[in-house]
Design a protein around this ligand. Sequence first.
Ligand code: NOJ
Length: 746
Amino acid sequence: MKKLIHLLLVLTLFQFTCSTEKTNNQQAAIDTRVNALIKQMTLDEKIGQLIQKNGAAGMDSLVRAGALSSVLNEIDVLAQNQLQRVAMEESRLGIPLIFARDVIHGFNTVLPIPLGQAATWNPDLVKEGAAMSATEARSSGIRWTFSPMIDVTRDPRWGRIAEGYGEDPVLTSAMGVATIKGYQGEELSGKNSMLACAKHFAAYGAAEAGRDYHTVAVPENELRDVYLPPFKAAVEAEAGTFMAAFNEINGIPATGNKFLLSKVLRDEWNFKGFVVSDWESVRQLVVHGYAHDNKDAAYKSFTAGCDMEMASTCYETYLKEMVNSGVVGEELINEAVRDILTIKFKMGLFENPYTNPDDYPAVLNDEHKQLSRNIARESLVLLKNESAVLPLKKDNIRKVAVIGPLADAPHDQLGTWIFDGNKANSTTPLQAIQDYCGKDKVIYAPGMDISRTMNRTGFAKAIDAAKQSDVVLLFIGEESILSGESHCRADISLPGLQEELITEIAKTGKPIVAVVMAGRPLTFEESAKELDAILYAWHPGTMAGPAVADVLFGQESPSGKLPVTFPRTVGQIPIYYAQKNSGKPASDETWERMYEIPPEAFQLSVGNTNHYIDYGFKPWFPFGYGLSYTSFEYSNQKVEKAVYNLGDTIKFSVTVVNTGKTDAKEVVQLYVRDLVGSRTRPVKQLEDFKKVFIAAGDSAEVDFSVPTNSLGFHDQEMNYVTESGDFLAGIGSNSDLELNIQFTIK
Ligand code: NOJ
């Protein structure tokens, strides 16, 4: 046995050495080609490699002159191939273009919005979705996507919360890495590989008051502990490109931020890809008041480390002049060109510059749709299920009322950023429910045509439909246009007259199951009291209907968990689970409820803690929350040893029993608290999670291995340290859990 193990070890080591050698050889070969090419390039041609423009039309002469590196938003394969031919055959050095596009959550087959994907807590599935998106996009010649967006955010007012993975750095990192690996595959030169872009670097999700593009002020330690970890993980996952963000951070716009783009990204993390600006974000340095004019903007962003300019024209207009006058060293230009060409070689663009759609499977094929359905299914979060109204038993249903503006909204179910999605391919919940139950059982009366409407004329029919039915399926929420870039909301309650619709339907006394489609958490705690069940569906994509119906009718138990805290009211924002304790932490005992105390008795008291007198201190639903059709019992939470040394790996374990009657998946979550630090630490921090399938009556032993190194933070000097001391951990089904496992790091 020992010999066998030894042999296996030797073999593994051999394979590792061989593959490292192969990578080194490949890299050396690419370096040689890049250097040879750079030697032949004129300054104009070098600067051309730093330019990205929109659309292929009218670009021939630029490409012929070697003055363009990348084109975004051209999806006509003929036009791409034609322009690529100019690059390959008519430009002096034959350097291929990269065609880029925002492929954000699926291509023609639309997947749930990224926030919904995060709610699956299933990185493997998310990776499959990204790989599928890459294959579809490649069939349209797209070889570079501006995704994933790994901006941690604690503000649901921010419209772009829909595009990211929520409030937590660990969950965001896991989803970001899965997405990058899904897009890029094993090798960038793969037939189905699409270059990823980690964006928006950095802290874009911390925009003041949740207003897009707005000022960001975060202390460096928080930047490094909360906002940067997903980006560091992206570098480790070998994301080929980064996008500089629109926002400023502590006074310096990200696109001209040397600290971020050079010190952190290149020097500390050793990033080897290239950085692209956001749309005109180089020019915007002037608008920010950080550059005097476009020339100054070109200087500041290029020397900060932004390699490629998207859309605005500062680099092409001014870089040459600045090199010639000695303001910018040509070696700096060479470095940027080197990084861009290296990626182009790695992508195999020189060998395979053209696209033949016939080389790819049809888009929107059954397999792709099934995958989209599976991801959507796992993204659904069951927030409420009074008297186990769900799952519905279709044989017991005589009539079902389908009501609400999002029941049959093929476009809105796709969510934000769906350039290449088409509502004609959507299956809506209405269609899927009709399929499940038979058309004659379904009474459809939307009540409202869109979520924002202030028109009640549809109410009467909807109420009538409810009266005739055994159960109401109410599809409410936000249309897709109410979230996404620059679509922020100061009031995140249900828009239009939807709350009134709920009240009117509730008067019928029929059980109401609400399915909420939205690009963010919405606040409707009061109206929710009138609902028997709430299934939070985000914007689920092409297959929203079948996925929702699968869960409503119990084909699969819901297993999604919230990737973001749901506030009770907008005034609580920012509210997130990984908060600090403060010197006066709130508790149920100290919270003075202004509405429950007679006015004359309500006065300043000694119970001063960090709560709101009207809304307390707890969220509506905590991060990580989500119900199931079964029940899970957690027991035997433990740590293997009481004391660890720095550098050790800590082992945790738990027994989870499915005590109900339904097979289901559960997301087992591990949280840790560092009790005392040289800087205060959050009251809990997600360290790891595992999604496990447990059949009814079965149990699972789930364990976690956590290196002490990952329990660290940035100290006063900005060193990443894990400090020795006492820690608490907790393992459970959401972030609102007790930390009762003790251990010490020596
Ligand atoms: C602006 C957005 O901020 C960014 O995410 C996107 O990739 C670019 N536009 C290109 O469309």
